[in-house]
Design a protein around this ligand. Sequence first.
Ligand code: NDP
Ligand code: OXD
Length: 306
Amino acid sequence: MALLYRGHVGRGLAWRQLIADAEPDLPVRLWPEIGDPADVRYLACWKPPAFERFPNLEIVFSTGAGVDQFDLAGLPARVPLVRMVEPSLTEGMVEYVALAVLALHRDLVAYVDQQRRRAWGEFDIRPAAERRVGLLGLGELGRACAARLRSLGFPVSGWTRRPREVPGVACHAGPEGLSAFLAATDILVCLLPLTPETRGILDARLFAALPAGASVVNAGRGGHLNAPELLAALDSGHLAAAVLDVFEPEPPPPDHPVWTHPKVLLTPHAASRTEPRSGVAFVLDAIRRHRAGEPLVGVVDRARGY
Ligand code: NDP
Ligand code: OXD
C-alpha cells in the first residue's frame, strides 16, 4: 500500500517527510517514481495521471480546493475525489481577499497608477460600513472571507447555488437571486468553483448589473472571466478597478492588455496554497476516516462538478 504524490517537487519532498514521521507504514512515492502501480491506494495531485494505470485506488486527493483541472473519465465511481479543506488554504485566501478588498476600498490601484504617472491627487475616504462587498460563492473559502470582511467593518452579502443562511451575511441564491445581489454590491469577489454553470459568469451582462464605480476581484478561476468584457467595462468607466489572481491562460500572453492596464492589479495565481503540514494532516485524517468507515470531508460531488 502506498501514497503517490504528483505535483510541486519541493512540496512533494516535504509531504514525504511529514508522512514518514506521522505514518511510517504508509510509503510515499513521488511522481514519476511510481513503483508498482498496483500498490498505489492513495493519489494526491494537482493534475492527475491516467487513473487506469492504478487498479487499486481507494481515494484521489486534489492538492488544491478546486477540481476543474481533473479529467474524471477513467476514475471509477467507487473512488472518491477529495479536495483540500484545510486551514492554511482557507487562511491564505482570507488574507488575499482582505488585501484585495482593502486595496480597492482605499483606491490603491488608482494610487499605483498615479505614482507611475508622477501624479499627486487624493481620493475621498469612504467608511468601510458604506462599501458593500458581495461574494460569489459562500463555500469553505467564501464563508471564512465573509467573516473577516465583516470584522473589518464591511457589509457583506453572498450568492450561492442553493439557499443558505450565514450569520451576518445577506444571502442570495440561484439565477433568480443574482440581480438583487449584484445591484447591492460595490466590490464583487468571485470565489466560485469553475463548472459548466459558472464558466464565463464574469461578463458584460454581470458587470452592467453592478452599480457604476464598482470593482471586481477574481480569485476563483480564469475561466470565470470574460477578459475583453472586463477591460471594456473598465475603459468605459463603469467599473473602477479589478484585482485578478487567476486568468485563462496562465500566464496571459505577453501582449495581452491585462498586463499593463492601469485599472488592473494582477497576481500569478498566488492567492492561497495548501501548506504541506496541514495538507498532510488533512490527508492522513481522511485515510484514517476511510479505514474506519467514517464519512470523508471535502468529497467532490461529480454531478455538480465541485
Ligand atoms: P466550495 O465548494 O466550498 O464552495 C463553492 C461555493 O460556490 C458554494 O457556496 C456554492 O454554492 C457556490 N456555487 C457553485 N456553483 C454555483 C452556481 N452555479 N451558482 C451559484 N453558486 C454556486 O469551494 P471553496 O470555497 O473551497 O473554493 C472555491 C473556489 O476557489 C475553488 O473551486 C477554486 O476554484 C478557487 N480557489 C482559488 C485559489 C487561488 O489561489 N486563486 C485557491 C483555492 C481555491 P452552494 O453553497 O449552494 O453549494
Ligand atoms: C486551489 C488553487 O484550487 O490553488 O486550491 O487554485
